[in-house]
Design a protein around this ligand. Sequence first.
Ligand code: AMP
Ligand code: ZN
Length: 486
Amino acid sequence: MTSGTPQLSLYNTLTRKKEPFVPIDAANVRMYACGPTVYDFAHIGNGRMAIVFDLLFRLLRQVYGPDHVTYVRNITDVDDKINARAARDFPGLDLNEAIRKVTEKTAAQYQSDVTALGCLEPTIQPRATDNIEQMQTLITALIKRSHAYEANGEVLFEVGSMPDYGKLSGRNPEDNLAGARVAVDAHKKNPADFVLWKQSSAEEPGWDSPWGRGRPGWHIECSAMSERYLGQLFDIHGGGLDLIFPHHENEIAQSRCAHGTHAMANVWMHNGFLQVEGEKMSKSLGNFFTIAQLLETTDFGGRKWPGEVLRLAMLMTHYRQPIDFTVAQLQLSEAKLKQWYEAVFEHSPMPTSWWEHLNGTGAYLPPSQELIAALSDDLNSHLALSFLDRTARPSSASEAAQLASDLHFLGFDMESFWETCRLAMGEITDKGEIDGLVAARGEALANKDFATADRIRAELAEQGIALMDSKDPETGERRTKWEIKR
Ligand code: AMP
Ligand code: ZN
């Protein structure tokens, strides 16, 4: 930690308190977040989870140094919904291969979606199907230590073998399950025992194992991947609120019992849920939106939304609170971004690139201390944004450069935003159209039709597009470049 850096404190679901964060090893701060199950395109709720843990990743990199943080976000690519889709979309193909085909596409889409939301790439993004061997090793250890047993073609974790099972969620699984599905679960010692490995039929994807050809349960995947990349005990484990029980509770049970450790991760962090226009997001209510849909279609509020607007809308609410995702909130977030960007551009007007004002080197400045202090208080993004509001009237190019750097640190990249925003608002239609108009003007000039050429130039200027003519030094031909001005 650099001197003068405020103490970072994080709310820990395990202790139900905000606590000072002390890494196990400041030279390698380790965090794991449960990523998406890639059976389909990611929805905007998944986007919130990606943004929340990206913000934490950025903060940790700032505090401990970019090379001293390892962020693992997994991809769950074995799941019954994926199997169903693979069988539907690739009938006749070997199922293991078919699920690869489904998930390669959805995983790539996820990556491009969250990049558009301003998320840095995690250090490692392991896939469950690349870690089957590690899962089997863990299951073997659990059987050996009498925490797991085989029954009815399954390997099950025995919750009764762990005295403090349920500590994270504070739930008593027996109360929850009393009377439920007892007949179905007759092979279990306790109805709350959960699956580590299950047999696969010939039509289902599977891997050979000491317990027959089968596939892993969901929880064991994260225990195996976190151990492989972060070790048996690491700093932070996160995901959405829905994962506290049973997923994270069961991850803890597996990892601790397999390794005989007192903890799996020191801090457990959970983001609140996202609902849309006041209602739980669901396909049947017609308020279910994928990230790609918001970016690329006009399905929500009749227009496309730049990724940065979506990101800011999320950051306006503290990560532990529920978010109501509304068109009005996106409009507000866009107005705020425009105000900030205008403030920066004011002091570094194009065509001089604004980043040339940054120390004269083009490099961003370190983020403001106030910004880091706000985020260090359990990621208080609301406070961080109100600090930006206060600095949004820079009186010099260097203050503008600081504002630009703070925005960059938070994941807002004004170069792309400015263009996307204007495209989205219909102020400019698209690049192809501009290129077409520029070419038409060139033709008019060549034909000495100056009236047309002037009209096109004026039309573009009205849309905020400036043209710059120059001559090719060798051929003497006219070259026209265009750029978007404020
Ligand atoms: P899933 O693909 O459903 O396993 O979810 C991937 C991640 O997104 C998990 O960390 C979930 O907790 C999180 N998540 C899913 N739905 C929402 C939602 N509506 N709001 C916020 N986070 C969510
Ligand atoms: Zn997980």
